[in-house]
Design a protein around this ligand. Structure first.
Ligand code: BJW
Length: 250
């Protein structure tokens, strides 16, 4: 395990925390077999840059390509499962009075693992909506046309996720800021800390004097500013952090 030492000060901070906020990114689902955005992809989609498919402009210029990319990812997610990192965060709820998970991921794995308070900043890949008016659509006619069309207005259907240049769901964003400003420990896990407004949340916590911990195998733009940087995969570091902090289990 390639982690920085889990110091006694960090253990004390965790043991006494009343409200922990956890910001997660694609890295926490990497050990479930879901590719991250900025690590190289292999196979079928290797020639595309994921962040270039995640825009309304990409959808408008080639809706079929974008729909099929999301159909492929939806399939990956449906055959994958939460990993020890997701489960460790759910276990945190047994030790800390309030735990809020703010995720940029669209896979629903935190909820599947048992986390009770999960704020989805970038939507959820299992939901579909109309590109024209944003109405959530549960059923549509399967024809040869890809993407399928909205049964109400005939607009093109798209995943209910947030693309670059689109605003985040306001309720989720407000809840994320409220949790961040009210917490006494902030964990940033498996995110490159590049995409805003999510990337601004740890800085909001730092400005308020809140202890911030980063868990990531690699350095990010945030690393130099945090109080503790634990270098390693979330599925290894998180269970180790819990086992060290609460050796009595739970
Ligand atoms: C491991 C690991 C292991 C590997 N364990 N770790 C302020 C400043 C500059 C720009 C902006 C700004 N405010 C807004 C912007 C514009 C833009 C933006 O941020 N651009 C930046 C790129 C510069 N933001 C937006 O457009 C947002 N909208 C918005 O702000 O609206 C108002 C507005 C609009 C226009 C202008 C100004 C304001 C919307 C952002 C939507 C992002 N959408 C996506 C797609 C979601 C749907 C989908 O899933 O397809 O969200 S893009 C993609 O990036 C996805 C992710 O959630 C997001 C973040 O990526 P993440 O999760 O960090 O993944 P990676 O791959 O980058 O990193 C993985 C990390 O894991 C790495 O560090 C690895 O080392 C690590 N790792 N294995 C732990 N085992």
């Amino acid at each position: 395990m390639n982690t920085t030492t889990i110091s006694s000060a960090l253990i004390d901070a965790l043991r006494t925390a009343q409200h922990v906020v956890v910001l997660t990114g694609a890295g926490i689902s990497a050990e479930s077999g879901i590719p991250t955005f900025r690590d190289a992809q292999t196979g079928l989609w290797a020639q595309y840059r994921p962040e270039e498919l995640a825009t309304p402009e990409a959808f408008m210029s080639n809706p079929r390509l974008v729909w099929e990319w999301y159909a492929w990812r939806r399939e990956l997610v449906s055959h994958a499962a939460p990993n020890p990192g997701h489960f460790a965060l759910a276990t945190l709820q047994q030790h800390i009075p309030q735990v809020t998970v703010i995720t940029q991921n669209v896979d629903g794995f935190h909820q599947q693992a048992g986390s009770q308070t999960v704020i989805e900043l970038h939507g959820n890949i299992t939901r579909t909506k109309c590109f024209d008016d944003n109405t959530i659509v549960d059923q549509w006619d399967e024809t040869d046309e890809v993407p399928p069309r909205c049964p109400s207005c005939n607009g093109l259907l798209r995943p209910d996720v947030v693309w670059f240049g689109e605003t985040l769901p306001l309720t989720a964003l407000d809840a994320a800021y409220a949790a961040t400003t009210g917490c006494d420990l902030f964990l940033s896990i498996g995110t490159s800390a590049l995409v805003h407004p999510a990337a601004s949340l740890p800085y909001e916590a730092l400005q308020r004097g809140t202890t911030v911990v980063e868990i990531n195998p690699d350095a990010t733009p945030l690393t130099g500013d945090v109080h503790y940087s634990l270098r390693g995969p979330a599925g290894v570091v998180l269970p180790a952090l819990l086992a060290t902090t609460w050796p009595e289990g739970g």
